[in-house]
Write a protein that binds this ligand. Structure first.
Ligand SMILES: Nc1ncnc2c1ncn2[C@@H]1O[C@H](COP(=O)(O)OP(=O)(O)OP(=O)(O)O)[C@@H](O)[C@H]1O
Ligand SMILES: [Mg+2]
Length: 370
């Protein structure tokens, strides 16, 4: 077998399908949705340095951590690779983090890519055949993988083998290729979009939920220590309360408060400093930002409180439907500012109160829902 530049097996000449290039982990980032790329380069670098690398450093999600620990220990004792794992949940709750932690705990190598970055089944052949026993293959945004790629993955996940077609027309032949047992770690913000054959091939599922304020305060205190930022407990709780239940946002707010304190020559960050920075950033007491408020106000002002379809909302705002569904809605639903019904989205009494408006039940189309 011919070897490619990196010394691994090169199948390119056997593959009938037009061959796409194999995405490297850093290239795969280009396939990620907007929210990832919105972060500055500094944010991305700091995010990596703030990422816990061991399960014991992972804050919150207690039940999941306990279960995961059992699975990891059992697999290690049996000297077998871990079963395929699927992590789901809103952005920024630690799915990528967990994939790296698993690799670290299992002392194995991790190859990271994302659903949209794997354009053709051919892209996967190179990745899969280069995996060693026990390696972790991390596929982010796994729900955005094409159907063809997904079907190609089924035998790889199930029996650690792939079929590929060589030659064309009447000479076409299918060749089975055996892979070394690996662990696929998939991450998705939307389990609903995952096909059931794919879902059923995962042995372990974990849904990550929003974090409690005290847990986010611990994330902030941990990050502050790594970044050598002096901050008191009250301030960490103040930032946590406005972080939309999300560690990534908690870390981002901490960095902005740090900038403010540095410029204002404040040595130790207290609650007043944190609150002032967050107010100036347009993050209100409930942790809602500009975009959250725009969505809620639109439902109130233009749709009389709802129900309104998410497509109409996105079109009125000139935003992507996916951005609304993936990044804005989950927290608004969880915190009770928005309700999802079969006829669309509705705001609640809490939303009216948040804007200091009178909640007039007569005006609420909600009445007709029941
Ligand atoms: N439990 C945790 N403890 C400490 N820090 C955490 C925890 N979870 C997440 N973080 C921090 O939040 C950041 C974002 O986490 P991560 O990138 O894993 O989110 P994600 O769920 O993969 O998001 P996305 O869906 O957008 O890819 C990490 O850099 C890490 O610093
Ligand atoms: Mg991620």
């Amino acid at each position: 077998m011919k070897k490619n530049k990196t010394g691994s097996n090169d199948f390119s000449e056997y593959i009938y399908q037009p061959q796409g290039k194999i995405p490297r982990p850093d290239e795969a980032v280009a396939g990620l949705p907007l929210k990832e790329t919105q972060e500055t380069e500094e944010d991305v670098v700091l995010n990596i340095s703030l990422r816990p690398s061991k399960l014991t450093e992972f804050i919150g999600q207690k039940e999941m951590v306990t279960n995961l620990k059992v699975c990891l220990t059992a697999a290690k004792e049996r000297k077998e690779p871990l079963e395929h794992i699927l992590f789901s949940g809103p952005p920024g709750l630690g799915k990528t983090c967990l994939a790296h932690i698993i690799a670290h705990e299992m002392h194995s190598k991790i190859t990271a890519t994302s659903g949209p970055a794997i354009e053709r089944a051919g892209d996967l052949i190179g990745i899969l055949t280069n995996l060693e026993k026990g390696d972790i293959l991390f596929i982010d945004e796994i729900h955005r993988m094409s159907k063809v790629v997904e079907e190609f993955l089924y035998p790889a996940m199930e029996n650690f083998e792939i079929d590929f077609i060589i030659d064309k027309g009447p000479y076409a032949k299918t060749i089975k290729f055996h892979l070394k047992p690996f662990t696929l770690v998939g991450a998705t913000t939307r389990t609903g979009l995952l096909s059931s054959p794919l879902r059923s091939r995962f042995g372990i599922f974990h849904h990550l939920d929003f974090y409690k304020i005290e847990e986010l305060a611990s994330v902030i205190l941990r990050s502050a220590k790594i970044l050598s930022v002096d901050i008191d407990k009250e301030a960490s709780l103040g930032i946590a309360a406005r972080a939309r239940g999300t560690p990534r946002i908690a870390n981002r707010l901490l960095r902005r408060v740090r900038d403010y304190a540095q410029v204002a020559k404040i040595k130790k960050i207290d609650l007043a400093t944190a609150a002032k920075t967050l107010d100036e950033m347009g993050i209100d007491k409930a942790g809602l930002d500009e975009l959250d408020r725009r969505v809620l106000r639109l439902v109130i002002d233009s749709f009389n409180g709802g129900p309104v379809g998410v497509e109409s909302l996105a079109a009125s705002m000139n935003e992507e439907v996916d951005t609304l569904i993936d990044t804005v809605e989950p927290y608004l639903l969880k915190a009770g500012y928005l309700k999802r019904t079969s006829r669309g989205r509705l705001v609640t009494k809490l939303t009216y109160e948040h804007f200091g408006m009178k909640y007039n039940k007569e005006n609420q189309n909600e009445l007709f829902e029941k």
